[in-house]
Design a protein around this ligand. Structure first.
Ligand SMILES: [Zn+2]
Length: 407
């Protein structure tokens, strides 16, 4: 592949795109994840996607192995929604997916869960008496984790290269996967190869047309840089029809992720393999996504400016500053909202993997017990936005004496 091809629209290959956003999202030291997100809208079909350079794609793949998967597996919070888990909110998401899927299948179908992560959805189907269950994942740590479940055949493999023979399955599930792919078209091509004629392709993605309606944190859906495709219903359908699939059913729903405050605008769509590829059909509806994303970006810009004002005051005062929650929200605030200029006294996270491995500008990540020693003039920023209530309860127990600030 020529390097400039990576910049073409992943749906229609058009090479002219409108720049929607460029944002510095910050990083842990030595992270392989690309730091600057560049969001574009295709000039022909209106699909919204991140433009990545070849070395940024290589880095992203390493990031999954070295940072993303071990952090998720090592997380002490198991009530939220981690990829392919059996966590409480993940099960709620499976329920919504199954609501739409169950109308079209029976328990004898041969199922492949593509990007099965820890194998949670296979467990879910197993509990509903499905018997022929396979899973693949491109991350070795997830494959090991899913294999421990014992009931299914799990292999290393990706949506873009499925390690099974032609016509092997009646149903392919691609839940919360397509938005991660550099070349989603390949996933459709592989699906049409391994599915039998008339086989079903079940897809779950965050609905980009509803990013603006489910505010959680500034630019959240763009600082989550693992998501490089931003699909809405129109573009998912457009791509499927161009690759030989027809629409069978869909559902637009909302489920909580890491907490009840953090809502996933979920889009579940079922396609059937027909093998008849259609020409590109761009309708007016395709361009409503560009308008919605423009509005979303403008609203988030306002929010960032409000935070900059608040953080500027902290910079001026040089009060000792602690931050609790070393994730994408913190890294963005550190880099783009001015937090890096503050007098940082401690970077806190309860995840043992983060404490062991990650640093920010040379500073280690430390346990919350450091706050017992914090002085009255200190400020604590709670950057683990999903866990604000739980953290406030912990602060009472720790006897933290400084000022608490939620952004
Ligand atoms: Zn396009």
């Amino acid at each position: 592949m020529k390097s400039n091809e990576l910049l073409k629209c992943p749906i229609c290959s058009f090479s002219i795109a409108i720049n929607m956003l460029e944002l510095n999202c910050g990083n842990f030291d030595d992270s392989m994840l690309y730091q600057m997100v560049k969001v574009s809208a295709c000039g022909q079909c209106g699909h919204v996607y991140n433009r990545l350079l070849p070395d940024e794609i290589v880095g992203l793949m390493k990031y999954y192995d070295e940072e993303y998967a071990p952090t998720n597996i090592g997380s002490t919070n198991q009530t939220g929604d981690r990829p392919g888990s059996n966590d409480k909110n993940t099960l709620r998401r499976y329920d919504r997916l199954y609501d739409v899927l169950s109308k079209y299948i029976n328990i004898d179908v041969r199922v492949l869960d593509v990007g099965c992560a820890m194998g949670g959805f296979l467990d879910y189907l197993h509990a509903k008496d499905f018997k022929i269950l396979f899973g693949i994942d491109p991350t070795p740590k997830y494959v090991d984790c899913a294999k421990l479940k014992g009931n299914y055949s799990i292999k290393l493999g990706s949506a873009e290269s499925i390690p099974f023979a032609d016509n092997s399955f009646d149903l392919l599930v691609l839940d919360q996967v397509l938005e991660h792919l550099v070349e989603p078209r390949k996933a459709f091509q592989e699906a049409s190869r391994v599915l039998v004629d008339g086989g079903l392709f079940c897809i779950g993605v965050p609905d980009a047309s509803r990013y603006d309606g489910t505010y959680f944190f500034d630019y959240y859906w763009f600082i989550m840089r693992e998501h490089i495709q931003h699909f809405d219903f129109e573009h998912l359908k457009l791509m499927a029809e161009m690759q030989g699939f027809e629409l069978v059913g869909f559902s637009k729903n909302e489920t909580p992720m890491m907490s009840e405050k953090m809502i996933l605008p979920n889009l579940n769509v079922i396609f059937r393999l027909t093998g008849k590829r259609s020409e590109i059909k761009v309708t007016k509806k395709c361009f409503s996504l560009t308008r919605k994303i423009k509005k979303y970006v403008a609203n988030e810009f306002e929010r960032l400016n409000e935070k900059k004002v608040l953080i500027h005051r902290l910079v001026e005062s040089q009060r000792p500053l602690y931050a609790w929650g070393m994730g994408r929200e913190f890294l963005y605030l550190y880099e783009s909202a001015g937090l890096k200029k503050c007098a940082i006294a401690g970077l806190i996270d309860v995840n043992p993997y983060k404490q062991k491995i990650f640093t920010v500008a040379g500073k280690r990540i430390i346990p919350e017990t450091v706050l017992k020693e914090a002085t009255v003039d200190s400020v604590l920023i709670i950057s683990a936005i999903a866990h604000v209530d739980a953290i406030k309860a912990d602060l009472l127990k720790l006897g933290y004496k400084g000022e608490i600030c939620t952004l």
